[in-house]
Design a protein around this ligand. Structure first.
Ligand SMILES: NC(=O)c1ccc[n+]([C@@H]2O[C@H](COP(=O)([O-])OP(=O)(O)OC[C@H]3O[C@@H](n4cnc5c(N)ncnc54)[C@H](OP(=O)(O)O)[C@@H]3O)[C@@H](O)[C@H]2O)c1
Length: 339
């Protein structure tokens, strides 16, 4: 049977799926070790092979002697591709508004360093977080400097991260006065952090609605809640090392109804819960950037591109996510996120 447009199974293709690279250089949370580099390279190759083309990094991923490691690895891996394949990628970085980066030129050196580590392939530059809460004077000039980079043709597009509806409107307006589009907003969004797509909690109105209204792409970070939403329901799984251990232990009992529904819905699509978590973001119009470290994870992420949630399935998951959040089963908010 040819599906008709009224069929709930027929939907506009949602956004794709992107790749996050925070773990490629981060020891504290992700236990990075340079001996993992060959696996990370294989993960990158597999992701590209399977059609994942958006990669997110940051100049603060990797600290100390590993400073800029994620950008460096991404730049190296992308450089190993055939020119046409490399051209097809979108590499996005985030510049951190550290206290010593001040004024309109405050990002100039950081941008040049990122560009070098990424070997000249840098398509989107994002302000990593808002300084509105603790140094409101710092943000405007830095954003103006990012706008300059676009106007000078040094980078194609500018985005921001960790901003709520109010701040997003202001930033959009500031850039629009110069005729510079704000391409994207990157925020924490998952079934364990659904505030951005609902009228639930502090984020009333949902920043996703503002993105739709202003034509800003919404990018969902930590779509698997640091991997927790990729585990099947049941007894507590082996806990990861490091700070994630405490978080998983705390959230595990409360997340069971959600994980059970995800497993059930996933099984109707021949998929598992991780795919449901990613497609829930897509069903809300967001591009999930999932942190990947192995070729197998790249395959699992890419598999979610082949199907979509129905509106009813999305609604069921929304209800469970908002109920869990209201009961305190949710990810901690990013302290640098502004209203
Ligand atoms: N703008 C910001 O402030 C900000 C903040 C955080 C993150 N980000 C960006 O968002 C990206 C993604 O977020 P994230 O890395 O924090 O968390 P995430 O995507 O929610 O979780 C990533 C972790 O989930 C596990 N995983 C991956 N695929 C899986 C699968 N198919 N099934 C089960 N588990 C799977 C892996 O951990 P194991 O290998 O341990 O299983 C992986 O490291 C980051 O890499 C970064 O680029 C941005």
């Amino acid at each position: 049977m040819v599906p008709q447009p009224s069929d709930p199974g027929v939907r506009e293709p949602g956004p794709g799926i992107g790749v996050g690279t925070w773990a490629w250089g981060n020891q504290f949370l992700w236990g990075y070790d340079p001996r993992q580099d060959a696996t990370l390279a294989a993960c990158f190759q597999r992701a590209v092979q399977l059609g994942l083309s958006f990669f997110d990094t940051a100049d603060s991923y990797g600290t100390g002697r590993l400073q800029g490691r994620s950008e460096q690895l991404l730049g190296e891996f992308a450089a190993s591709l055939a020119p046409a394949q490399r051209l097809n990628l979108t590499l996005a970085t985030k510049l951190a508004p550290f206290p010593w980066r001040l004024g309109r030129d405050g990002f100039r050196r950081a941008f040049a360093a990122s560009q070098l580590r990424l070997r000249g392939k840098l398509d989107l530059v994002q302000l990593h977080w808002s300084t509105r809460r603790y140094a409101p004077w710092q943000e405007g000039p830095l954003l103006d400097g990012l706008g300059d980079l676009v106007q000078q043709g040094a980078v194609a597009a500018v985005g921001v991260s960790n901003m709520g509806p109010q701040r997003l409107r202001q930033v959009h307006g500031r850039l629009a006065q110069r005729g510079i589009p704000l391409r994207s907003l990157q925020i924490q969004l998952s079934l364990l952090c659904p505030g951005a797509v609902s009228s639930w909690g502090e984020d009333r109105g949902g920043v996703a609605a503002v993105c739709r209204e202003l034509g800003i792409e919404l990018i969902a970070y930590s779509p698997l809640a640091l991997g927790l939403l990729g585990r099947p329901p049941g007894p507590l799984p082996p806990l990861p090392a490091g700070p994630r251990r405490l978080l998983w232990r705390r959230l595990w009992p409360g997340v069971q109804p959600l994980l059970e529904a995800m497993a059930r819905i996933g099984s109707w699509h021949g998929a598992t819960g991780d795919g449901v978590a990613l497609n829930w973001c897509r069903a809300h119009g967001a591009l999930p950037i999932v942190g990947l470290r192995t070729p197998a994870q790249a395959e699992q992420a890419a598999a979610a591109l082949s199907w979509q949630l129905s509106p009813e399935e999305r609604q069921t998951l929304d209800q469970l996510a908002f109920a869990a959040a209201a009961a305190g089963t949710r990810m901690p908010a990013n302290p640098f996120e502004s209203a």
